[in-house]
Design a protein around this ligand. Structure first.
Ligand code: DAH
Length: 336
């Protein structure tokens, strides 16, 4: 009996697709029919090897085809008998594959990236493990400056030269180093602070820094940009106001508030005041421009620090910041 016939005899006994698969494994892989043919080649006189090799390859190919056809036939049979059996209902909906979805932070980040790039901004990345120089010093916050106390810092080395960035503002100085003015940039990303966590504090959260460097920039440009940003985020024109705010890297520095997007006469989001505190911003301090290698006599700039986590919470009515990075599917599935 030839190998081929032996194979046919085996197949003739198979009763289902899985049996055909087993035969395939036995015959083609585990030193049975065809591998034996291949194994015999080295012991042949050189003149016969080529012909035997071709024969073995041919046999292997035809066996594979035959097995695949048999398997498909069994599978079709199984399906057909299932379909014709009692109780089969073709109208029952099939199984829905589970679909993932974007995290709300990713969604809002991407939306803002689209908005800002449409205004000529580039999107930059900065390291999460940052040098003290970029995180503080270059931002006009020297060692022992009390402003450092506002940002409880995770330090990575005993000398305190390396930190987990406490804000995305170091991206300002890195942007200045990389680009020639005039330019506009945003730097979205994760930041870290040693917080005791509660509904509004988390040790890891997200910010988006914005920086514009150009000639003769004014607070008017800053306000205009912020109004465009709000229109993009909330889909409507919102009145804004500036209050003085202290950040060593901007002068003057502001807290920008917007009219509450959710009410006209006070609600829980605006704590009945009709204003929501939205983001800190200001005109870039000359020392910071200098640290970034830019001449403050020629160039000016404005910067803003958008609290992405907070914005996402506002936008989707999320009442606890800890949900955002919890990885809890019950939370995440609400954004599918
Ligand atoms: N980096 C500051 C923080 O996280 C926020 C900030 C304030 C950013 C003023 C700015 C700015 O760009 O101009 O507390």
């Amino acid at each position: 009996m030839s190998d081929h016939d032996r194979l046919l005899a085996l197949i003739a006994e198979a009763k289902e697709a899985s049996a055909v698969e087993r035969i395939r494994d036995e015959a083609l892989e585990k030193q049975k029919l065809v591998p034996a043919l291949f194994a015999s080649i080295p012991s042949l006189p050189p003149g016969e090897r080529k012909a035997r090799g071709q024969e073995a390859n041919e046999l292997k190919r035809s066996c594979e085809e035959l097995l695949a056809a048999c398997k498909a036939w069994f599978e079709n049979q199984a399906l057909a008998s299932e379909r014709s059996g009692a109780g089969f209902d073709a109208t029952i909906p099939g199984k829905r594959p589970e679909r993932g979805s974007l995290h709300p932070l990713t969604r809002v980040t991407r939306e803002l990236e689209d908005l800002f790039t449409s205004m000529g901004y580039v999107v930059l990345d900065g390291p999460e493990v940052e040098l003290d120089w970029y995180n503080f010093e270059a931002l006009n916050i020297p060692r022992d400056h009390p402003a450092r106390d506002m940002q409880d810092t995770f330090r990575c080395d005993p000398q305190g030269n390396v930190v987990l960035r406490t804000h995305t503002s170091p991206g300002q100085v890195r942007a200045m180093e990389r680009m020639q003015p005039p330019f506009r940039a945003i730097v979205p990303g994760k930041v870290f602070r040693q917080e005791t966590t509660d509904a509004s504090h988390e040790h890891t959260f997200h910010q988006m820094e914005g920086l514009v460097v150009g000639r003769d920039l004014s607070v008017g440009h800053l306000i205009g940009t912020m109004k465009t940003l709000l229109r993009g985020v909330f889909g409507k024109e919102l009145e804004v106001r500036l209050r003085p705010g202290y950040f060593p890297f901007v002068e003057p520095g502001f807290e920008l508030d917007a009219r509450c997007p959710f009410c006209t006469d006070g609600c829980s989001v605006c704590k009945r005041s009709t204003w929501v505190e939205l983001l800190p911003c200001g005109m870039v301090h000359p020392n910071v421009l200098r640290a970034g290698g830019i001449d403050p006599e020629v160039w000016s700039g404005f910067a803003f620090g958008l609290g992405l986590s907070r914005l996402v919470m506002l936008r989707y009515g999320i009442d606890d910041v800890r949900h955002l990075l919890s990885g809890d599917l019950r939370f995440l599935e609400q954004f599918a």
